[in-house]
Design a protein around this ligand. Sequence first.
Ligand SMILES: C[S@@+](CC[C@H](N)C(=O)[O-])C[C@H]1O[C@@H](n2cnc3c(N)ncnc32)[C@H](O)[C@@H]1O
Length: 364
Amino acid sequence: MAARSQTMVVPTDAQLLKAQADLWRHSLYYLTSMALKCAVELGIPTAIHNLGGTTNLPDLVAALSLPANKLPHLRRLMRLLVTSGIFESGNNNLTGETYCLNPLSWLLVEGVEAEDHTYQKYFVLSTVSKHYVDASLTLADWFKKDLSPPLPSPFEELHGVPLLHEKTAELDEELDAIVREGVAAHDNLAMGTIIRECGEIFKGLQSLTDCSGADGTTARAIMKAYPHIKCNVLEQPQVVHTAPTDGLALDIFKFVPPAQAVLLKLVLHFWNDDDCVKILEQCRKAIPSREEGGKVIIIDTVLGPSLGPIMHEAQLLLDMLMFVNTHGRQRDENDFREIFTKAGFSDYKIVKKIGARGIIEVYP
Ligand SMILES: C[S@@+](CC[C@H](N)C(=O)[O-])C[C@H]1O[C@@H](n2cnc3c(N)ncnc32)[C@H](O)[C@@H]1O
């Protein structure tokens, strides 16, 4: 019998050992997520903050009111979280190994009074919730099933209701509340940075409609920085009462009130391409010509490797999060260009990339 052709050169010993270690890492990364969940549930970041920002293990065990015999296990948990970049560690000659906060764990401290602090506890708890994890466990079955369009997300196929929908609370009220808080925490982070680094997109505007602007946090930040801009928030009726005074209960698919510019911040990634085109068409109708300053401002993930492998990996994980749980997706520049063209826009410009997100102006 003829030997089967090799699909690749047999790896070297060193490559095989590295391959096995990588396999361990990728198979076991869920334990990093669960260790993070555990740290959040125990309140470890807040405890370290309350202990003055640095602590040793015995003090941490006492602050968390854990049984003393759990100290060695807490050491193992903290060791993984330090190696994963969630805490920092140091050494003190007298007290031994110490742990302190870094920018990531600072975001998990409850009750910090700082303009740029947005408490991320519920983002973590929603992404590692049983409902999300169960949905991700069905991925292979979801691929094999012959589902008819519009394709339900694995979440919807498993749980029978879409996420962030009026029916989600019927599935599980606590999940619905955690997810809504988690989305708000995710969406509100970095608005200060956007205004500081990219304020020119708002300068010179007379009026702005923030479409699907949630509780109006973004609109309030813009109005604080640029008090001359008349800012409306368009939202669903059940959300609009939480927005500032100019909240408008409207369906984004049916009508966007006229303004010089329309803002879509972290909105398009929640919708499929056809829905994005419908939304963008309504936005185009709402704005004047380019010469009169008409534009749609989009703040959303713009997928791409240019920001380095860590940011890119974070973007791709966010895309999987949308895939498993929603009808949305993260898009690269080509994907955006396609929906802009279909919605009848003539041009666009990526004004800046801020972290994993891009700021795009789209012109009629
Ligand atoms: C991801 S959140 C948007 C976040 C917000 N732009 C921000 O940056 O904080 C998506 C929002 O879309 C709103 N939404 C969903 N369907 C809508 C519709 N048909 N018309 C208007 N808003 C809608 C939801 O209520 C939700 O607040």
